[in-house]
Design a protein around this ligand. Structure first.
Ligand SMILES: NC(=O)c1ccc[n+]([C@@H]2O[C@H](COP(=O)([O-])OP(=O)(O)OC[C@H]3O[C@@H](n4cnc5c(N)ncnc54)[C@H](O)[C@@H]3O)[C@@H](O)[C@H]2O)c1
Length: 425
């Protein structure tokens, strides 16, 4: 089998390499020459544990090559970005997917399997991609097997999850589904679940929407508890003792290429019916403002105007800052211009980020933890010696052990540090 992957980012590259590890002849295609140059030099351009070694293995084996140009293959996998458009409901920008499919079309032959792994809005396969392929004269389901196989790997564990996660295969016809199921059986050990394309599209979107809505509920709980002077984190712990309750954790907002993006794909297709989904987006996008308000309160009467943000990525142990609430918080603080804001993130190389923790903390009056990187969990007094005031506002509540001299503030006890008027009837 020869396979051509279009798009070599966080999803496309590990997928391409995984097939190549399993003796499939793979050519990975990207439009960005820097990506191709880097891979041809044998160096991955994204951070993902185990991926560098896996690239070296498949280059050595000769089963993987990368190119700017699509090549004839038996199977094509499209994993290009699907950002939000800047219209009223932030609908799905399908242009990258359509352009990738257009690049594949001249190479299509009868019997080929064309898989879209990019996350797309409901009905995109039926209403846009199938007509595009059929414009060429091919009949989908008979000549070409067209399928949506959404990806739900967790960055940081992609290689493990690619193999072990269940896989939803949504073909335009059952024949399409069967053909793609055979492709993924190359390495997938999880269950291969067959469905149709529109169910696959919607189920992927609802997985992320479910998480976004539940995080919004936890974030709303922190606001309610702040007002009523109750420890929100204790409340979550207690409620989760119920065998059928699993409240999520609050945080500084929701970021990344999935949770902060995908719910809008549903909203834009069905704006009148998606009320909880819209409200949840609103709550989660308001969290950076709330964090900045808390910071402003905590910085009142501080010995210096220096504060240090810990973590700029949207989640822990990755280098991905896309849609990160930490970036929004940094932007708001910079715009206010009240403080000297330093940043420390061992996963992010950026001129704004201090490489050395001591430099980042020198004369600082407040650490604000915005990302749950493992490196932060063991933060202790010995690193904080250069701080003017040893005070931590931990929006992720991740510190393992707190020494007495450190003031530790989180969404459970913030009401003790930042007072709010209790509502009166
Ligand atoms: N990153 C994740 O954790 C994750 C998880 C599940 C699903 N997804 C979905 O997978 C898709 C890809 O996401 P990603 O994170 O891998 O994106 P990414 O931005 O990391 O990578 C996309 C790559 O596609 C390339 N590209 C763009 N247009 C192209 C074209 N026409 N031809 C060839 N290459 C092209 C870009 O240069 C880039 O290297 C998105 O729809 C995303 O929503 C991502």
């Amino acid at each position: 089998m020869k396979l051509c992957t279009i798009g070599l980012g966080y999803i496309g590259l590990p997928t391409a390499i995984m097939f190549a590890k399993h003796d499939v002849n793979v050519v990975g295609v990207d439009i960005d020459p820097r990506v191709i140059d880097s891979l041809n030099r044998g160096v991955i351009h994204i951070e993902e544990p185990g991926l560098q070694e896996a690239l070296e293995e498949v280059l050595e084996k000769g089963t993987f090559s990368s190119s700017l140009n699509v090549e004839q293959a038996d199977v094509y996998i499209v994993a290009v970005p699907t950002p939000n458009q800047s219209d009223q409901y932030k609908s799905c920008d399908l242009s990258y997917v359509l352009s990738a499919v257009n690049r594949v079309i001249p190479y299509l032959e009868i019997g080929n399997v064309l898989i879209i792994e990019s996350t797309i809005s409901p009905r995109s396969m039926d209403d846009f991609i199938k007509p595009l392929v059929e414009k060429t004269g091919f009949i989908v389901g008979k000549d070409i097997h067209l399928v949506h196989c959404p990806e739900r790997v967790l960055p940081g564990q992609i290689l493990h999850e690619l193999v072990n996660n269940n896989r939803i295969i949504g073909g335009i016809t059952p024949q399409c589904t069967d053909a793609a199921a055979d492709v993924y059986r190359t390495f997938v050990k999880g269950e291969i679940i067959k469905t149709d394309a529109k169910t696959a599209e919607m189920s992927k979107l609802m997985e992320n929407t479910y998480r976004d809505v539940n995080i919004a509920l936890a974030n709303e709980l922190t606001q309610i508890c702040h007002e009523l002077e109750i420890d929100a984190l204790e409340v979550i712990k207690m409620a989760n003792k119920h065998p059928r309750v699993q409240l999520h954790s609050p945080g500084p907002g929701v970021g990344g290429h999935c949770l902060a993006v995908d719910p809008y794909f549903i909203i834009s297709k069905s704006p009148k019916e998606s009320r909880i989904i819209q409200l949840s987006r609103e709550i989660n996008t308001s969290m950076p403002n709330i964090v900045v308000k808390h910071i402003n309160e905590l910085m009142k009467e501080s010995p210096t105007n220096v504060l240090t943000l810990f973590g700029l990525t949207y989640k822990g142990n990755v280098d991905d800052t896309r849609e990160s609430p930490a970036i929004e918080i940094l932007a708001q603080l910079k715009e206010q211009g009240k403080y000297e804001v330093r940043c420390f993130d061992p996963h992010v190389l950026h001129p704004l980020v201090d490489i050395n923790i001591q430099d980042a903390l020198k004369d600082s009056s407040l650490i604000v933890i915005l990302t749950d990187h493992d490196e932060f969990k063991t933060l202790n007094g010995k690193y904080l010696s250069g701080m003017e005031r040893k005070r931590i506002f931990d929006t992720k509540h991740i510190l393992n052990k707190i020494e007495e001299e450190i003031e530790y503030i989180h969404f459970g006890n913030i009401h003790q540090f930042v007072k709010k008027q209790v509502a009166t009837i």
